[in-house]
Design a protein around this ligand. Structure first.
Ligand SMILES: Cc1ncc(COP(=O)(O)O)c(C=O)c1O
Length: 420
């Protein structure tokens, strides 16, 4: 019989700051572990061993949907889809579905070119724009963060400085405007630490759907879903295990992708069609049932035991936002008071509250390696920067405790005192 005492002790000594997959609430994991053997809705059979069409799974799935809807206050005219293939698949699916929707709406022909406008503020939105180009949709960069940052993604300009074309009446609008709310690699977030740099909604034609990749700050703050056409998020940061991706899509954007072929749309795999998924309540094929189950447990724990008290009439996710502000402030303060020994890689005002990225002593790789080792010796794991940019990155998602972040801030101080 498994006895989890040792594993729980090891977890207590570990502060997991991996960027994704990342830590999940321990209670949810313990319940999930027991449910693998025998699930209360199907005694004698584990949650991963029962049909996705069974009542026991339907109960889990319905509860997860209801909890997600209430946490994000999702309006009734939006569908929630549970898809597979992660964020990268959504780079394609958003383009394919909205290309089909736009072509159908405007009854285009194959020769007509469709555009999507991309705010490229970091590595992930850049990849998304590249994927649109691959798929034959013209990706116009309305923000080129790398250019603005002298070769590094570090800033988001205010909306008035975006390169938003002023269209003549006879010019076609873009099919969508796309952005990534939190750039996990570069540590750049709309509405980041201590700022109100929000996406410039008012400057976008209300007829043009806004698409947002919220993979790495999903469920970390309230969101006005009604401002969006599509929001998507891979689960593996704040919601659950890798393998499931949430897509929240406004109903009027759902289109029959087969009918869209006559308007010049490429045929789309059924598994990537939002309408197919919505019509089948995300059960078009076998969904990742275990991953969804863990998500359901995490959602329940966010609702029932938020990390800070929920004030009356506040949005259900506001305690998580306050929590993220508090935790990230500990690290940004350690950076800002270091007289340049630590330097944040993102500009103030767009600093991510989920992924705190910084360099040591102007990018001294030996010192950075030493810091990562010392952090690891203290049980703080995963603070190395993404392999494409180097440096350090502390990912402090919902399940990372305030005490854990404090421990890293303390190390930053003692390390600086020794090496500055
Ligand atoms: C913001 C963001 N978008 C997209 C992705 C890609 O997600 P996936 O690896 O699930 O395809 C990631 C991965 O970390 C991410 O952080």
């Amino acid at each position: 019989m498994a006895d989890f005492t040792k594993q729980i002790e090891q977890r207590a000594q570990t502060i997991n700051m991996n960027a994704g997959p990342s830590p999940l609430p321990q209670d949810a994991l313990l319940t999930a572990a027991a449910s693998l053997l025998s699930f209360q809705g199907s005694p004698g059979m584990g949650i991963a061993e029962i049909s996705h069409r069974s009542k026991a799974f339907a109960d889990v799935f319905n509860e997860a949907n209801a909890d997600l809807r209430s946490l994000l206050e999702i309006p009734d005219n939006y569908k929630v889809l549970w898809m597979q293939g992660g964020g990268l698949t959504q780079f394609a699916a958003t383009v394919l579905n909205l290309n089909a929707w736009y072509r159908t709406k405007h009854q285009l022909s194959a020769a007509d070119q469709v555009e999507g406008w991309y705010a490229v503020t970091g590595s992930w939105s850049k990849k998304a724009a590249d994927e649109a180009t691959r798929l034959g949709v013209k990706a116009r960069k309305v923000v080129d963060g790398k250019k603005l940052g002298g070769g590094k993604f570090r800033s988001i300009p205010p909306g008035r400085e975006w390169d938003l074309p002023q269209l003549e009446e006879n010019q076609r609008k873009p099919a969508f405007v796309y952005y990534c709310d939190n750039e996990t690699v570069d540590g750049v977030e709309f509405g980041g630490q201590g700022s109100d740099t929000e996406f410039p909604f008012s400057q976008i034609d209300p007829e043009v759907p806004i698409v947002c990749d919220m993979s790495s700050n999903f469920l970390s703050r309230p969101v006005d879903v009604s401002k969006y056409g599509i929001i998507y998020a891979g689960a593996q940061k704040n919601l659950g295990p890798a393998g499931v991706t949430i897509v929240i899509v406004r109903e009027d954007l759902l289109v029959n992708v087969d009918e869209a072929v006559q308007y010049g749309s490429a045929p789309i795999p059924s598994m990537l069609s939002y309408k197919v998924m919505a019509d089948d309540n995300s059960l078009f094929n076998t969904p990742p049932t275990f991953a969804i189950y863990v998500c359901s447990l995490v959602l329940r724990s966010l609702l029932e035991s938020p990390p800070l008290p929920l004030a009356a009439s506040a949005a259900p996710l506001s305690p998580l936002s306050d929590f993220a502000d508090k935790k990230s402030a500990l690290l940004y303060t350690a950076i800002d008071e270091s007289a340049g020994f630590y330097a944040g890689t993102a500009d103030k005002g767009v600093r991510s509250r989920m992924n705190v990225t910084f360099r040591i002593n102007g990018g001294d790789e030996d010192l950075e390696k030493d810091f990562i080792k010392q952090a690891s010796d203290l049980g703080i794991k995963g603070v190395n920067g993404h392999r494409s940019v180097g440096g350090l990155r502390a990912s402090i998602y919902n399940a990372v405790s305030l005490e854990g972040v404090q421990r890293l801030a303390d190390l930053m101080r003692t390390f600086r005192e020794k090496h500055a």
